[in-house]
Design a protein around this ligand. Structure first.
Ligand SMILES: Nc1ncnc2c1ncn2[C@@H]1O[C@H](COP(=O)(O)OP(=O)(O)OP(=O)(O)O)[C@@H](O)[C@H]1O
Length: 259
Protein backbone atom coordinates (compact mmCIF):
# COMPACT_ATOMS: atom_id res chain seq x y z
CA UNK A 1 0.00 0.00 0.00
CA UNK A 2 2.84 2.38 0.91
CA UNK A 3 6.37 2.12 -0.32
CA UNK A 4 9.36 4.32 0.46
CA UNK A 5 12.24 3.90 -1.97
CA UNK A 6 15.51 5.62 -1.12
CA UNK A 7 13.74 8.50 0.63
CA UNK A 8 15.75 11.30 2.23
CA UNK A 9 14.61 14.53 3.84
CA UNK A 10 16.84 17.50 4.46
CA UNK A 11 15.15 20.54 6.03
CA UNK A 12 15.96 24.00 4.64
CA UNK A 13 18.28 24.65 7.63
CA UNK A 14 20.39 21.66 6.58
CA UNK A 15 19.10 19.13 9.17
CA UNK A 16 19.16 15.65 7.68
CA UNK A 17 16.02 14.14 9.18
CA UNK A 18 15.78 10.98 7.05
CA UNK A 19 18.48 9.24 5.10
CA UNK A 20 17.82 6.69 2.34
CA UNK A 21 14.73 5.12 3.88
CA UNK A 22 13.27 1.98 2.29
CA UNK A 23 10.02 0.74 3.79
CA UNK A 24 7.02 -1.17 2.57
CA UNK A 25 3.74 -1.24 4.48
CA UNK A 26 0.91 -3.55 3.49
CA UNK A 27 -2.82 -2.93 3.71
CA UNK A 28 -4.28 -3.62 7.16
CA UNK A 29 -1.04 -3.45 9.12
CA UNK A 30 -0.78 -1.61 12.45
CA UNK A 31 2.75 -0.24 12.44
CA UNK A 32 4.31 1.47 15.45
CA UNK A 33 7.24 3.75 14.72
CA UNK A 34 9.59 4.09 17.67
CA UNK A 35 12.82 5.98 18.27
CA UNK A 36 14.43 8.71 20.30
CA UNK A 37 13.22 12.28 20.11
CA UNK A 38 14.55 13.80 16.90
CA UNK A 39 15.11 10.41 15.23
CA UNK A 40 12.85 11.32 12.30
CA UNK A 41 9.54 9.65 13.21
CA UNK A 42 7.27 12.66 12.57
CA UNK A 43 9.10 13.45 9.37
CA UNK A 44 8.55 9.90 8.15
CA UNK A 45 4.83 10.10 8.87
CA UNK A 46 4.34 13.54 7.35
CA UNK A 47 6.05 12.59 4.12
CA UNK A 48 3.33 10.03 3.40
CA UNK A 49 0.60 12.62 2.84
CA UNK A 50 3.09 15.26 1.68
CA UNK A 51 2.52 17.55 4.63
CA UNK A 52 6.22 18.00 3.98
CA UNK A 53 7.96 17.22 0.69
CA UNK A 54 10.75 14.66 0.37
CA UNK A 55 14.15 15.90 -0.76
CA UNK A 56 14.86 12.77 -2.79
CA UNK A 57 13.50 9.28 -3.35
CA UNK A 58 10.01 8.07 -4.05
CA UNK A 59 6.97 7.39 -1.88
CA UNK A 60 4.07 5.58 -3.42
CA UNK A 61 0.56 5.15 -2.09
CA UNK A 62 -1.35 2.46 -3.95
CA UNK A 63 0.98 2.88 -6.87
CA UNK A 64 0.57 6.67 -7.01
CA UNK A 65 3.85 8.54 -6.67
CA UNK A 66 2.94 11.07 -3.95
CA UNK A 67 6.31 12.78 -4.17
CA UNK A 68 5.43 14.10 -7.62
CA UNK A 69 1.63 14.21 -7.25
CA UNK A 70 -0.05 17.58 -7.25
CA UNK A 71 -3.51 19.10 -7.59
CA UNK A 72 -6.35 16.65 -7.95
CA UNK A 73 -4.19 13.54 -7.62
CA UNK A 74 -2.67 14.70 -4.31
CA UNK A 75 -6.11 15.74 -2.99
CA UNK A 76 -7.39 12.28 -3.86
CA UNK A 77 -4.53 10.63 -1.92
CA UNK A 78 -4.98 12.95 1.08
CA UNK A 79 -8.68 12.23 1.23
CA UNK A 80 -7.80 8.61 1.90
CA UNK A 81 -5.46 9.44 4.76
CA UNK A 82 -6.77 10.44 8.19
CA UNK A 83 -4.36 12.08 10.60
CA UNK A 84 -4.28 12.36 14.38
CA UNK A 85 -1.87 14.59 16.29
CA UNK A 86 -0.48 14.78 19.80
CA UNK A 87 -2.16 18.18 20.29
CA UNK A 88 -5.50 16.92 18.85
CA UNK A 89 -5.68 19.79 16.27
CA UNK A 90 -9.36 20.34 16.69
CA UNK A 91 -11.08 23.72 16.56
CA UNK A 92 -11.77 24.35 20.24
CA UNK A 93 -14.37 27.10 19.83
CA UNK A 94 -16.42 25.00 17.40
CA UNK A 95 -18.87 22.24 18.26
CA UNK A 96 -17.93 18.58 18.21
CA UNK A 97 -20.20 18.07 15.18
CA UNK A 98 -18.55 20.89 13.23
CA UNK A 99 -15.15 19.40 13.97
CA UNK A 100 -16.15 15.95 12.80
CA UNK A 101 -17.88 17.32 9.69
CA UNK A 102 -14.62 19.00 8.74
CA UNK A 103 -13.43 15.46 7.95
CA UNK A 104 -15.86 15.60 5.02
CA UNK A 105 -14.54 18.78 3.38
CA UNK A 106 -12.51 16.98 0.75
CA UNK A 107 -15.70 15.46 -0.64
CA UNK A 108 -17.35 18.80 -1.49
CA UNK A 109 -16.63 22.10 -3.23
CA UNK A 110 -14.87 24.53 -0.90
CA UNK A 111 -17.61 27.20 -1.05
CA UNK A 112 -20.18 24.77 0.32
CA UNK A 113 -18.00 23.68 3.24
CA UNK A 114 -17.12 27.30 4.12
CA UNK A 115 -20.84 27.97 4.45
CA UNK A 116 -21.21 24.81 6.53
CA UNK A 117 -23.46 23.25 3.91
CA UNK A 118 -23.00 19.55 4.52
CA UNK A 119 -25.63 17.09 3.23
CA UNK A 120 -27.68 15.09 5.71
CA UNK A 121 -25.74 11.98 4.69
CA UNK A 122 -22.53 13.58 5.97
CA UNK A 123 -24.16 14.32 9.31
CA UNK A 124 -25.10 10.64 9.56
CA UNK A 125 -21.49 9.70 8.81
CA UNK A 126 -20.34 12.11 11.54
CA UNK A 127 -22.82 10.69 14.08
CA UNK A 128 -21.69 7.15 13.28
CA UNK A 129 -18.03 8.15 13.66
CA UNK A 130 -18.76 9.69 17.07
CA UNK A 131 -20.63 6.55 18.06
CA UNK A 132 -17.59 4.42 17.16
CA UNK A 133 -15.55 6.26 19.78
CA UNK A 134 -18.43 6.37 22.29
CA UNK A 135 -18.80 10.10 22.42
CA UNK A 136 -21.99 10.73 20.49
CA UNK A 137 -23.63 12.35 23.53
CA UNK A 138 -21.15 15.24 23.18
CA UNK A 139 -22.11 16.00 19.58
CA UNK A 140 -23.42 19.49 20.37
CA UNK A 141 -20.82 20.38 23.00
CA UNK A 142 -18.16 22.96 22.40
CA UNK A 143 -14.90 21.11 21.81
CA UNK A 144 -13.14 23.27 24.44
CA UNK A 145 -15.47 21.83 27.10
CA UNK A 146 -14.09 18.31 26.59
CA UNK A 147 -11.18 16.62 28.36
CA UNK A 148 -7.98 15.82 26.45
CA UNK A 149 -8.96 12.19 25.98
CA UNK A 150 -12.39 13.22 24.71
CA UNK A 151 -10.84 15.74 22.33
CA UNK A 152 -8.58 13.04 20.93
CA UNK A 153 -11.64 10.83 20.40
CA UNK A 154 -13.27 13.70 18.47
CA UNK A 155 -10.09 13.90 16.40
CA UNK A 156 -10.35 10.16 15.70
CA UNK A 157 -14.02 10.60 14.75
CA UNK A 158 -13.07 13.43 12.38
CA UNK A 159 -10.45 11.18 10.75
CA UNK A 160 -13.02 8.36 10.54
CA UNK A 161 -15.60 10.67 8.93
CA UNK A 162 -13.09 11.08 6.14
CA UNK A 163 -13.62 7.36 5.41
CA UNK A 164 -9.87 6.87 5.17
CA UNK A 165 -7.92 3.80 4.16
CA UNK A 166 -4.88 4.87 6.13
CA UNK A 167 -4.64 6.44 9.57
CA UNK A 168 -1.49 8.34 10.54
CA UNK A 169 -1.17 8.98 14.26
CA UNK A 170 1.67 11.28 15.31
CA UNK A 171 2.23 10.58 19.00
CA UNK A 172 -1.51 10.26 19.56
CA UNK A 173 -1.29 9.62 23.30
CA UNK A 174 1.73 11.70 24.30
CA UNK A 175 -0.47 14.34 25.98
CA UNK A 176 -2.72 11.87 27.78
CA UNK A 177 -2.63 10.18 31.18
CA UNK A 178 -2.03 6.38 31.28
CA UNK A 179 -5.70 5.40 31.61
CA UNK A 180 -6.88 7.67 28.80
CA UNK A 181 -3.93 6.47 26.76
CA UNK A 182 -5.21 2.90 26.92
CA UNK A 183 -8.71 4.02 25.88
CA UNK A 184 -7.44 5.93 22.86
CA UNK A 185 -5.11 3.10 21.81
CA UNK A 186 -8.02 0.65 22.16
CA UNK A 187 -10.10 2.75 19.76
CA UNK A 188 -7.27 2.93 17.23
CA UNK A 189 -6.79 -0.83 17.44
CA UNK A 190 -10.51 -1.52 17.13
CA UNK A 191 -10.78 0.65 14.04
CA UNK A 192 -7.74 -1.05 12.52
CA UNK A 193 -9.12 -4.52 13.25
CA UNK A 194 -12.78 -3.93 12.37
CA UNK A 195 -12.46 -1.57 9.41
CA UNK A 196 -9.12 -2.83 8.11
CA UNK A 197 -7.80 0.74 8.11
CA UNK A 198 -4.01 0.58 7.87
CA UNK A 199 -2.56 2.43 10.86
CA UNK A 200 0.87 3.95 11.39
CA UNK A 201 1.49 5.45 14.82
CA UNK A 202 4.54 7.15 16.29
CA UNK A 203 4.76 5.97 19.87
CA UNK A 204 7.04 6.93 22.72
CA UNK A 205 6.15 4.01 24.95
CA UNK A 206 7.60 0.77 23.72
CA UNK A 207 5.14 -1.37 25.64
CA UNK A 208 2.26 0.31 23.79
CA UNK A 209 4.01 -0.56 20.55
CA UNK A 210 4.37 -4.16 21.70
CA UNK A 211 0.77 -4.44 22.85
CA UNK A 212 -1.07 -2.69 20.03
CA UNK A 213 0.99 -2.90 16.87
CA UNK A 214 1.39 -5.84 14.52
CA UNK A 215 4.79 -4.53 13.49
CA UNK A 216 7.37 -2.25 15.07
CA UNK A 217 9.74 -0.12 13.04
CA UNK A 218 12.65 1.57 14.83
CA UNK A 219 14.16 4.81 13.55
CA UNK A 220 17.54 6.12 14.66
CA UNK A 221 19.22 9.24 13.30
CA UNK A 222 17.14 9.16 10.14
CA UNK A 223 17.71 5.48 9.38
CA UNK A 224 15.45 2.48 9.85
CA UNK A 225 17.43 0.28 12.20
CA UNK A 226 14.78 -2.19 13.32
CA UNK A 227 11.72 -3.81 11.77
CA UNK A 228 9.90 -6.72 13.38
CA UNK A 229 6.54 -8.48 13.19
CA UNK A 230 5.29 -8.68 16.76
CA UNK A 231 3.79 -12.14 16.34
CA UNK A 232 7.28 -13.47 15.62
CA UNK A 233 9.00 -12.17 18.74
CA UNK A 234 9.17 -12.83 22.49
CA UNK A 235 8.72 -9.82 24.78
CA UNK A 236 12.18 -10.13 26.33
CA UNK A 237 13.87 -10.44 22.94
CA UNK A 238 11.99 -7.33 21.84
CA UNK A 239 13.10 -5.38 24.91
CA UNK A 240 16.70 -6.50 24.41
CA UNK A 241 16.55 -5.53 20.73
CA UNK A 242 15.59 -1.98 21.66
CA UNK A 243 19.22 -1.20 22.27
CA UNK A 244 19.54 -1.02 18.47
CA UNK A 245 16.96 1.75 18.40
CA UNK A 246 17.71 3.69 21.57
CA UNK A 247 21.41 2.97 21.88
CA UNK A 248 20.89 1.45 25.32
CA UNK A 249 18.69 -1.10 27.06
CA UNK A 250 15.19 -0.12 28.15
CA UNK A 251 14.58 -0.16 31.88
CA UNK A 252 11.37 -1.33 33.49
CA UNK A 253 10.53 2.16 34.74
CA UNK A 254 10.48 3.39 31.14
CA UNK A 255 7.61 1.09 30.37
CA UNK A 256 4.15 2.62 30.77
CA UNK A 257 2.71 -0.38 32.61
CA UNK A 258 5.39 -0.09 35.30
CA UNK A 259 4.82 3.60 36.08
N1 LIG B 1 10.64 22.09 10.20
C1 LIG B 1 11.87 21.70 10.54
N2 LIG B 1 12.94 22.44 10.23
C2 LIG B 1 14.19 22.04 10.57
N3 LIG B 1 14.47 20.90 11.23
C3 LIG B 1 13.43 20.12 11.55
C4 LIG B 1 12.08 20.47 11.25
N4 LIG B 1 11.28 19.49 11.71
C5 LIG B 1 12.07 18.57 12.28
N5 LIG B 1 13.37 18.95 12.19
C6 LIG B 1 14.55 18.20 12.66
O1 LIG B 1 14.58 16.95 11.98
C7 LIG B 1 14.98 15.90 12.85
C8 LIG B 1 13.86 14.85 12.92
O2 LIG B 1 12.72 15.46 13.51
P1 LIG B 1 11.35 14.67 13.73
O3 LIG B 1 10.37 15.65 14.29
O4 LIG B 1 11.00 13.95 12.51
O5 LIG B 1 11.77 13.63 14.86
P2 LIG B 1 10.88 12.74 15.83
O6 LIG B 1 11.53 11.41 15.88
O7 LIG B 1 9.46 12.78 15.41
O8 LIG B 1 11.06 13.48 17.21
P3 LIG B 1 10.00 13.69 18.40
O9 LIG B 1 9.79 12.34 19.01
O10 LIG B 1 10.72 14.61 19.33
O11 LIG B 1 8.78 14.28 17.81
C9 LIG B 1 15.27 16.57 14.20
O12 LIG B 1 16.66 16.84 14.25
C10 LIG B 1 14.49 17.86 14.14
O13 LIG B 1 15.08 18.85 14.94
Amino acid sequence: MIEFTGVSKVYPNGTKALNDVNLKIEEGEFVAIIGLSGAGKSTLLRLINQLIPATSGKISFDGINVTTAGGKELRNVRRQIGMIFQGFNIVKRASVLTNVLSGRVAYHPTWKTILGLFPEEDKQIAYRALQRVDILEKVHSRASDLSGGQQQRVAIARALAQEPRLMLADEPVASLDPITTIQVMDYLKKINAEDGITTIANLHHVDLALEYASRVVGVKEGHIVYDVQIKDIEKQTFLNDLEKVYGRAIHNDEILGEE
